[in-house]
Design a protein around this ligand. Structure first.
Ligand code: G1P
Length: 300
């Protein structure tokens, strides 16, 4: 066990254009859309921090500097808040800017998720690392990434987080075929297919945006040719990796939200708001009032 390589770094690709959320994302990055009181990217970075990671590598593109600014220390703002004696607010902002070390790498062309991850190769180096996709928020007791690191400490191989989805939705995901392994919730991967056409896979194990990867993935990503949608797909490189090393698919515990989808985003806002202690039950009261007034709750 002493030779086990520690998971220290997390790659978060944020270069995507956010077309699913236009016009909201015309001038601001989709990762900066707010859920209750913080942008979605902050939830992702907080999960990373709570999982014991030391460094975040953002893969960015033009127009994404608001994300870097959000985690930066703003001297001017801090001076103004200091003059106004806003101690609590200053402390909150300071806490965000000192969450974790953040490094940015530009993805100069939108060539796909696989290419975005490949851009991190020099900063990650020769050690296993995490990947988190910003659209997928996971609410759980133990952070999803921590659950994956716990499994990694047993198996010391790559792991993809999965969730069962209805068969008529499998074409929207990377799909994993495999068999249960000895570890609880884990499956040994046989095959991975990015967004399979209906009827071409009988599995409903869908990849959710959390990966723990061996550094060998970089060499394979460098050789991966465009796949689904004409893009360099991470799933295709993972399929190649699964042929040379063990790979696990892990059914994590927790609730996942697709915050990159309008309905998923709304569901996330409602669920996070219901749990927010600042509202002290008043948001739930509001929902109850709406239900009562509109008779919504009685509809099928
Ligand atoms: C990406 C991955 C896909 C995965 C999904 C999870 O697709 O390519 O394998 O299932 O994230 O959110 P995207 O949703 O970016 O098209």
């Amino acid at each position: 066990m002493s030779s086990m390589r520690k998971i220290r770094k997390a790659v978060i690709p944020v270069a995507g254009m956010g077309t699913r959320f236009l016009p909201a994302t015309k001038a601001i990055p989709k990762e900066m859309l707010t859920i209750v009181d913080r942008p979605t990217i902050q939830y992702i970075v907080e999960e990373v921090v709570a999982s014991g990671i030391e460094e975040v590598i953002l893969i960015t593109s033009e127009g994404k500097s608001a994300i870097e600014n959000h985690f930066d220390y703003d001297f001017k703002l801090d001076t103004v808040l200091k003059e106004k004696n806003k101690t609590q607010l200053r402390a909150e902002l300071k806490q965000i800017s000192s969450l974790i070390d953040i490094v940015s790498v530009r993805q100069k062309e939108p060539l796909g998720l696989g290419h975005a991850i490949w851009m991190a190769r020099n900063v990650v180096g020769n050690e296993p690392f995490l990947v988190l996709l910003g659209d997928d928020l996971v609410k759980s007791e133990v952070p999803c990434c921590r659950q994956m690191i716990n499994l990694y400490e047993e198996v010391q191989e790559s792991i993809v987080a999965i969730q069962r989805v209805p068969m008529d939705q499998t074409h929207q995901y990377g799909i994993v075929e495999g068999n249960p392994s000895e570890q609880s919730g884990a499956h040994l991967v046989d095959r991975m297919i990015e967004k399979p056409a209906p009827g071409t896979s009988s599995s409903n194990m869908a990849i959710i945006g959390r990966y723990l990867l061996m550094p060998e993935i970089f060499e394979l990503l460098g050789k991966t040719t465009p796949g689904h949608g004409g893009e360099i797909q991470l799933t295709d490189a993972l399929q190649a990796l699964s042929k040379t090393r063990g790979m696990y698919a892990y059914e994590f515990e927790g609730k996942r939200y697709d915050a990159g989808d309008k309905l998923g985003y709304l569901k996330a806002i409602v669920d996070y708001a219901l749990e927010n202690p600042d509202f002290n039950g008043s948001f739930l009261d509001h929902l109850k009032t709406i239900c009562a007034q509109n008779d919504l709750c009685k509809r099928d």
